[in-house]
Design a protein around this ligand. Sequence first.
Ligand code: KG4
Ligand code: ZN
Length: 340
Amino acid sequence: MLILGIETSCDETAVAVLSSNEAGTNFALCAEVVSSQIKLHEAYGGVVPELASREHLKNLPIVLDQVLKEAQCELNDIELIAVTRGPGLKGCLLIGLDFAQGLALAHSISIIGVNHIEGHLLSPLYEDPSISFPYLGLIVSGGHTEIVRVDGVGRYSLIARSADDAAGEAFDKAAALLGFSYPGGPQLAKLADTSKNNIFSLPKVMREAEGFSFSGLKTAISLLIKKNKDALASDEELRAKLCAAIQDSIVDALCYKLKKAIKETSIRTVCVGGGVSANQCLRRSIQAIKGVTTHFPALKYCTDNGVMIAHTGALRFMRGERMELGADVKSRWPVWEVNS
Ligand code: KG4
Ligand code: ZN
């Protein structure tokens, strides 16, 4: 069967067509396009929700056309539309959901609403269907930092989450303080990878608390930058060392809590997803955890994409789940509430 996946929860307009066998154990990519809005939001230092919604509205029909052409199919060949229903920016979700519901109605296609975080959580299964449950999912994106126990499709429980900033946000805010343009996370990481920190001391982030918290780190970084302002402005090597210290601190917090979760649950399979899972230092550190099998998505599937939405929607559809037309978005929708 052919599945159309539509993702518009933040600043990427992403559409994909997948084909699947009846059992949902074998997926093949027919076509995918991700249209990023980074250039549009860069000038504002972050995503402007109203601009993002308008951009989705403008781009969706164009991206859909392109994907259908590349997949060499028509809407009438599609058997299921999977669309992100939440969590995310309300206006952006509304554009995607209404667009998808319009297509479903006009072409009599089944439709299913997908939780975006569930998409990230199940993403490794798309590339490697042999991964077995249970596993620990570490979601590290610009809006979410969560460790979730995954016992099966639709069987999720929260282990730890961030009380304030997400890991990607922590990277981006630190990068903004250092003068990188939005989203600065990947740029900060790139400079960090050219050096090793042996100068700066940053606090170990919230080791004792239940979940994650990155807001204190931002304050510590901002103080360090003030103190070393002149030296940082003229010395690129010093900037690289500070970037390495910031990266180490965020990665250390993520790995510390992940190791704790592994110990407490005795689950020895870890799947990582979300934009920050592209970070090489994080990948190396998680892969170095002894006795644990780790799975990371291909780099293009770390960030938001239509494939993960089509894949998750198909898995749910094959379990008999459907969405009634006229459904509303769920801008706040914890993944452990989608249980079935
Ligand atoms: O999952 P995603 O594409 O969008 C959200 O749903 O948030 O994640 C985007 C986030 C941004 O904060 C970005 O700076 C961060 O992921 N990111 C990285 C790297 N690549 C993307 N952070 C650190 N190192 C990277 N290599
Ligand atoms: Zn995401």
